[in-house]
Design a protein around this ligand. Structure first.
Ligand SMILES: [Zn+2]
Length: 219
């Protein structure tokens, strides 16, 4: 996030509260339970623009996840002076516990171990964002390995005009001979004409539709 913060103490108060709430206190949701049951022991790969690491925390293998816009549980040098990522959860939990009046204690503010500059959460695509090539490579390897096999692209709640994930996945379905596209969205089903014949648009609340899908899978 490239928001301008009045101080590092306030920036980290915000982030630590967010990370504590959405990650530190995260309990696996019914959606995740249903999704895992649907996937079963089939090979799967997750591409997500969510950064809260809920897939990983729900038991999906981090090796099978590509977070295209980074995630909240790692941080990087704000100046991107080097490409290492550092874990943020423990630090955020300590900060959240120590926060007072919207600020964390100055001595808790992290600094880049190389240049001494500020750190930031590894999230969002901008000039200083360190690209996480590894996730992209893992995704490509998955696609190469399973090229031509039966493939289900299950797209959950992505906006109809998303270019980052939805558009490339629809192109993938178009190119893969044995691919099926399943999109779940409330009132915003969008499927391009070229893949219409191999697609299913399920209009409804994600949680309801996934749960029904799970029941169908288990019947
Ligand atoms: Zn640095």
């Amino acid at each position: 996030m490239s928001a301008c913060w009045p101080s590092e103490e306030e920036k980290w108060a915000f982030w630590s509260r967010l990370i504590h709430h959405y990650c530190g206190e995260y309990q696996e949701s019914q959606v995740m339970k249903d999704l895992k049951a649907i996937v079963g022991d089939k090979e799967c790969f997750i591409v997500t623009s969510n950064g809260e690491c809920h897939f990983e925390m729900s038991g999906f293998d981090p090796e099978d996840i590509y977070e295209v816009e980074g995630n909240w549980l790692t941080m990087q040098c704000s100046r991107a002076c080097h490409t290492a990522l550092y874990p943020s959860l423990d630090m955020a939990e300590k900060m959240a516990a120590a926060e007072k009046d919207g600020k964390v204690p100055s001595e808790m503010v992290p600094h880049c171990p190389k240049c001494g500059g500020p750190m930031r959460i590894h999230l969002g695509i901008d000039q200083e964002y360190i690209e996480k090539d590894a996730g992209q490579r893992r995704f490509q390897a998955f696609l190469d390995r399973d090229h031509g096999k039966k493939l289900v692209v299950l797209e959950l709640g992505i906006g109809p005009h998303d270019q980052l994930i939805k558009a490339p996945l629809m192109r993938l379905v178009d190119m893969e001979p044995n691919a099926v596209y399943v999109t779940i969205n409330l009132g915003e089903i969008y499927i391009t004409d070229d893949i219409r014949e191999k697609s299913f648009g399920l209009d409804g609340h994600l949680g309801d539709v996934l749960h029904r899908l799970r029941e169908v899978c288990e019947e």
